[in-house]
Design a protein around this ligand. Structure first.
Ligand SMILES: [Zn+2]
Ligand SMILES: [Zn+2]
Length: 249
């Protein structure tokens, strides 16, 4: 399985990255995990626009789903005719949320182009991947993912506050893409996001092979995030996500 970072900017696009999006490929199958604002443009640098087989959406905040609007246009109005519908797996209400975002009548909304399916807890198969999801503490219904293929596992936190459930989901994963929205400091809200240090603590508790910090908010200093994660109890490799980073599992 190959994981390519398309967007790793937290909460809004930054100068060097769109908001959240990751391309997961195996056996000739390509799945997008989130498609936040700005990601559709950058995706085209790394993968043919129409050769996406499915999309999974962690939650319905704009920085994780909004570029499905542009992707709906690209597929629906392709001059040579629309390609076949593809599944979009998201939380309950994804179809209506996206229809509203594009100001479409929810019936039919985008359903001629996307086959909306409500995310299940799993494990279940999406293409060649074994997918398990878990509900995370966040102001809206938000899921973390475990994606397995060929004996390897990727864990992705989505957006989350501190969570034992995330530790369980990520246990033993070869690669852990974990959000690190906050820097250490007083008065941080709970059940919203993780600090980089907390990302390291979750990685240590889960015993993952490699930690990649993502959802990096442009107003933070990335080097400070990396330093704080390295100061946690996690003693494996810690890296910062960047656009175009590839991980072969
Ligand atoms: Zn976010
Ligand atoms: Zn969010």
């Amino acid at each position: 399985m190959r994981v390519t970072v398309i967007g790793c900017s937290g909460s809004f696009p930054g100068p060097d990255s769109p908001a959240s999006s990751y391309l997961i490929e195996a056996d000739g199958y390509a799945m997008l995990l989130d498609l936040g604002n700005g990601a559709l443009g950058t995706l085209q640098r790394f993968h043919p626009l129409y050769e996406i087989d499915s999309v999974c959406i962690s939650h319905l905040h704009a920085d994780h789903c909004l570029d499905l609007c542009g992707y709906w246009v690209a597929r629906t109005y392709r001059p040579s005719g629309p390609p076949p519908r593809i599944p979009v797996h998201g939380p309950e209400g994804t179809a209506v949320r996206l229809a509203k975002a594009y100001d479409l009548d929810p019936d039919p909304g985008m359903t001629g182009t996307f086959d909306f399916e409500t995310l299940r807890r799993g494990p279940y198969d999406i293409g060649p991947f074994r997918v398990t999801t878990a509900l995370m503490p966040h102001p809206v219904e938000a899921y973390a993912f475990r994606i397995e293929h060929g004996g390897k596992a990727l864990a992705y936190s989505g957006d989350t506050g501190a969570s034992e459930t995330l530790v369980d989901l990520a246990r033993g994963a070869d690669l852990f893409l974990c959000e690190a929205s906050f820097l250490d400091g007083p008065g941080l809200p709970s059940e919203l996001h993780l600090t980089a240090r907390e990302a390291g603590e979750h990685a240590a508790a889960a015993g993952v092979g490699r930690l990649v910090l993502t959802h990096l908010v442009p107003w933070n200093d990335r080097d400070v995030s990396l330093k704080e994660a390295k100061a946690s109890h996690y003693d494996g490799d810690v890296e910062l996500a960047y656009v175009g980073a590839e991980y072969d599992l």
